[in-house]
Design a protein around this ligand. Structure first.
Ligand code: SF4
Length: 363
């Protein structure tokens, strides 16, 4: 490893950060002391995994009002926690946060990095970020932004994550020299605001020493990973209503949508078409994009006179309870549509087929 000394190379980052830092609600004023509220750092780091800062800010503010400390979060019900997370996606993070809060409330904060990494959902990156920002431990935290900055600065060929161990060893003395919290946040901040995928090198404090800039290769370092094309599918998303109740899938205990209530979603190919029934309402559909999937969603509302015996996993829920239940993004959209006028659908699935797909088999 023939990289220049990290404390010297990264020295301009600390004074740059004093001036350029964004005022974020989880940031402490004094970067030389341990953070006055480590729980706020933990919440922000979990929320910022996979989610943009601008989206996180209002969620963070509301969360800290609702669950101001680990004890309050540990005592909250799972539906309440999921409801507060509703719209942020990757709901596993909310459950991890609640579980971590339970451990902290019962045993206090861990005293070292290994202890932090053992908290549910933290992993090496988040443990290092919380360790450096909340407790001033010189633990190198490398997120996607930091990897991009360092790959360009040090002209690292290929995926910089493959050099994670070397980079952590290289970075540690710089954290000790310039302050763990300050340097960790400065590196992340530079990656988020200046050394972005299309960098603005003119405003960069490291421009005079950056390998990729000197080699005119900022556009190709680091290489962009190719994503598999998402799988396409089409579905009817159905609100079945009867006697003041709507039919919903109860939350699963595991999986991507664990903890969330869901509308019945039926494969559009598998449900035969029927004549537009008078009690069916439809709204224009949309494309729901996930990392590995693209769904063409057609929302429907079917009103029935009577409830029927629902299939296993489905529950009739009083309509009045709907706003309080945690739903995923796609399902929130149909919940919101129920309050807006729709239209009689031109094309629709056979209502009996919809009911059949949601009913328990008769004995
Ligand atoms: S000079 Fe450009 S590419 Fe290099 S670290 Fe700064 S912003 Fe990134």
């Amino acid at each position: 490893m023939l990289w220049p000394s990290a404390p010297t190379l990264l020295a301009p980052l600390a004074p740059w950060f004093e001036v350029a830092r964004r005022d974020l609600p989880w940031r402490a004023g004094d970067l030389d002391a341990p953070h006055p509220d480590p729980y706020a750092v933990l919440v922000s780091e979990l929320m910022l995994q996979q989610t943009q800062v601008a989206t996180v800010i209002p969620y963070f503010t509301r969360w800290m009002e609702q669950f101001p400390d680990p004890e309050a979060l540990a005592e909250a019900g799972e539906d309440t926690v999921h409801k507060a997370w509703e719209g942020l996606g990757y709901y596993r993070r909310a459950r991890f946060l609640k579980a971590a809060a339970g451990t902290i409330a019962a045993e206090g904060w861990p005293g070292d990095l290994e202890g932090l990494a053992r908290l549910p959902g933290l992993g090496p990156y988040t443990a290092a970020a919380v360790g450096s920002i909340a407790f001033q431990w010189p633990a190198p935290a490398l997120d996607g932004n930091a990897f991009r900055v360092l790959a360009r600065l040090l002209l690292i060929e290929g995926d910089p994550k493959a050099r994670a161990t070397d980079l952590r060893v290289w970075l540690a003395p710089a954290l000790a020299a310039h302050g763990p919290s300050r340097l960790t946040q400065a590196l992340m901040e530079l990656g988020a605001t200046v050394c972005t995928p299309a960098p603005t090198c003119g405003g960069c404090p490291l421009a005079d020493r950056c390998g990729a800039r000197r080699a005119d290769r900022t556009g190709e370092i680091p290489p962009v990973a190719k994503r598999a094309k998402p799988k396409a599918s089409s579905l009817w998303l159905v609100a079945l209503e009867a006697e003041g109740h709507v039919l919903l899938h109860a939350p699963a205990a595991k999986g991507l949508l664990a903890g969330l209530w869901r509308w019945p979603a039926l494969d559009a190919e598998a449900v035969p078409a029927g004549r537009g029934a008078a009690s069916l309402t439809a709204w224009p559909g949309w494309i729901q994009v996930y990392t590995h999937r693209r769904e063409s969603v057609s929302p429907l509302h079917l009103r029935l006179d009577r409830r029927f015996q629902a299939a296993e996993g489905l529950r009739w829920i009083p309509i009045g309870d709907l706003p309080a239940l945690p739903l995923g993004k796609r399902d929130q959209r149909l919940r919101d549509l129920l309050a807006t006028p729709g239209q009689r659908p031109l094309e629709a699935p056979d209502p009996f087929a919809l009911i059949g797909a949601c009913a328990a088999p008769s004995a």
